[in-house]
Ligand binder design. Sequence first.
Ligand code: GLN
Length: 388
Amino acid sequence: MLSAKAEQFTESVIREMTRLAMKHGAVNLSQGFPDFAAPAEIKEAARQAISDDINQYAITWGAKPLRDAIVEKFERTQGVRVDPEREITICCGSTEAMMSTMLAIINPGDEIVVFEPFYENYGPDAILSGATPRFVKLSPPDWTYDERELAAAFGPHTKAIILNTPNNPTGKVFTRAELEFIRDLCVRWNAYCITDEIYEHILYDGAEHISMARIGGMRDRTIVINGMSKTYSVTGWRVGWAIAPPEPTAAIRKVHDFLTVGAAAPLQQAGAIALKSPQSYYDKLATDYTVRRERLLKILTAAGFTVYKPFGAYYIMTDISGFGFPDDVAFAKVLVEKVGVAVVPGSSFYNDARDGANQVRFTFCKKETTLAAAEERLSRLPEHLGSR
Ligand code: GLN
């Protein structure tokens, strides 16, 4: 009685780990949402919008002030000018922007190239839209790809490559040279690049975020997915967007309209104000995350994890081989139930679970008190290693 598509994937492991964290009273370093306050001015802007009675539907593809603010910010940060009337669709989070995009461009038989490990949503996105994924490995410790493997994944059926930079879960920030190599393949095979840039401002050690839309020749075949969640610490607001050339935007807008009609109108209004934040806001965001990154790297190293240092986003992928568990799921279970720390099993970022069996992902978008509590609990990890 059920859809064959819906039977092909499970519930989100990331969001399940948050439920398990609550059930076991564990410190939640699994799902990537900040546990600290959102900026006061942005919250005030949302309150003001409701008081001003911006409480009915916005235009389905997005409130004009927010679309204008996105245009202004994208031009200021990436030097790319887009048309707010024909190239932007505001959605219910970048999750919906990605799904609407896939549904708007995929036909039966189409293939998409996906770097692996990948943010888990891209799997169900492919299944629901009907795309056949072709996975290309990013290899630790620096998460580089093999150029021949990537080139071999493209072909006459390739509709798009999905890129995520800065990357979840690895923290990789794609370089200009890497983006240009991908560009050459997109041009050769007439494919889109769908680029998820939600962590654009969370960067370390001088890493620079370069949008694929800025790479020569890619302006007209790039679909940028972004949103307010990570940059303004408002993951629950569900305001995201797709920036795409007019033709795909027309299709994305239609899909979006019939999926959700529109994102929350007062929060779009607040978004227009958030996007006008001064550069100092973004600098502080990156500085604060640098401190948290150092803190968690130290905690995990002391607890015996092999860590892969991230250059962007707010996750740390780790190798757990040293602990001698059968796999990542068994390890994560002991960690959440006995040690009291929730993480995401590495296998949820891979097509074949075995590829992630030695990895778990931690997030550090958390208050110092949360990280300190995790430190204290992880110091007791050795007690639980023998008693399995
Ligand atoms: N992107 C975040 C993560 O990877 C949150 C995902 C979600 O639950 N929407 O943890």
